[in-house]
Design a protein around this ligand. Structure first.
Ligand code: NIG
Ligand code: FE
Length: 404
């Protein structure tokens, strides 16, 4: 089916001009693919003669569908009590040391049945979609047994199928040490590496992640996880330099990581390693805000080095219970001083790179997937400007208009 989407302002997010902006633009899609984008007046007559469906977008703004490239969307329970403890002065690390934090969500996730994980995960994904999201990364990491990690990854795949959005799954068994392995972190790495091989054989894993931190895993343990991922052909990414400098980004860069995420404590050496490996820097203003962090990621150094910057919600119950990608665009500007264009590139083209989807997602170009968001604003910089207001009219995934 050849469809014309016209009478729109289009922010293609290609590099040609600022925002890749086309004032009076049109897009032609053939089923799930974009087959033409340009000024409406220049659409070839031959192509127009094949149009079977037309959508008048009434001067709305069209952008690529937003890509939330770092989420922990599938889990049981919540951590609102822990939030109160932190407000009374307890730190995230202290709560983790006392057996709370990630471990408490692990217990709640193990207790939740698949139907509950699916239902709550879908509800959260729908809220992201309501603000323009058409592609989503979902990490495991709250199961920490082979069975429970598999359940999380299967639920993540099912959410993608049920909601007709692109979901990329990331295996994050190296998130925290489960109670069964207390005092035996290296044995746990052996175990999770074997589960990785088994779950990969079931095609449940698109990438492998870890939490390299004093309250997570050491660089040498992380290296062993990455070595297994590399051995079985899976790309890696890393929660790096969130609470301290562990040289995690440099380690991840050795394995050509798709991305290094958080990066508040990234050193100049880490920036250089990321520049050389081409890894994307994924900034997570929600976690920065919610943990009341003060150490800013080295934004200007990343810019100067030409490291692509992405922005994501990091949705999770502990450090970022945020379901608003638009608020993250705003906070990327107010807290991290990105420009509105950098912020939107961070949730479109650069987020696609962070997921290994650069060839198919993230910009509005011929040959790419027909995933876009339609907004009631005059200019794309407004997407980072308003907060607490959602101007998303609807999304289109795979060339199909989705009602809200
Ligand atoms: O991205 N830092 C590690 N992982 C998550 C938090 C997980 C949790 O606290 O449940 C993050 O911040
Ligand atoms: Fe995270």
């Amino acid at each position: 089916m050849t469809t014309l989407w016209h009478n729109a302002k289009i922010a293609t997010m290609t590099r040609a001009t600022a925002w890749g902006l086309i004032e009076r633009g049109a897009i032609v899609t053939d089923d799930a693919s974009i087959i033409w984008v340009g000024a409406e007046a220049e659409c070839p007559a031959e192509l127009m003669s094949h149009i079977t469906v037309r959508h008048d977008l009434e001067r709305a703004l069209l952008t690529p569908g937003l890509i939330d490239c770092h989420t922990h969307l599938v889990y049981g329970g919540d951590r609102a009590k822990e939030f109160e403890l932190r407000l009374q002065g307890a730190s995230y690390a202290e709560i983790a040391h006392a057996g709370g934090g990630i471990r408490s969500t692990v217990l709640a996730t193990r207790r939740a049945d698949d139907a509950t994980l699916f239902k709550t995960g879908c509800a959260r994904a729908r809220l992201l979609m309501a603000e323009g999201v058409t592609t989503l990364e979902i990490k495991s990491g709250y199961g920490l047994t082979q069975l429970d990690e598999a359940r999380m990854l299967r639920v993540a795949r099912l959410i993608g199928e049920a909601l007709q959005i692109t979901v990329r799954t990331t295996y994050l068994a190296a998130h925290a040490l489960p109670p069964e392995f207390d005092g035996r972190a290296d044995d746990y790495i052996d175990a999770l590496n074997d589960w990785m091989t088994a779950l990969n054989a079931e095609s449940l894993i698109d990438a492998v992640d870890g939490f390299c931190e004093h309250i997570g895993f050491t660089p040498s343990q992380t290296r062993r996880v990455f070595a297994r991922a590399q051995h079985i052909g899976l790309p890696v990414k890393l929660h790096a330099e969130q609470l301290s400098d562990q040289s995690g980004a440099a380690l991840a860069a050795e394995f050509n990581a798709l991305s290094c995420d958080h990066l508040e404590f990234l050193s100049a050496h880490g920036v250089q390693a990321m520049q050389n490996s081409g890894s994307v820097a994924v900034l997570l203003p929600g976690a920065f805000y919610f943990l009341r962090a003060t150490q800013l990621p080295p934004i200007q150094a990343l810019r100067d080095a030409g490291v692509p910057i992405a922005v994501a919600t990091d949705h999770n119950p502990g450090t970022s219970p945020c379901l608003s990608p638009l608020l993250m665009l705003n906070m990327a500007c107010t807290l991290f001083r990105l420009t509105p264009e950098e912020a939107l590139r961070g949730m479109t083209v650069n987020a696609a790179c962070a997921l290994g989807l650069a060839a198919t997602h993230g910009t509005l170009e011929m040959g790419k997937r027909a995933d876009f968001a339609v907004w009631d604003v005059d200019h794309p910089h407004e997407l980072a400007y308003w907060f607490g207001h959602n101007p998303c009219r609807h999304i289109v995934t795979g060339g199909k208009m989705r009602e809200r």
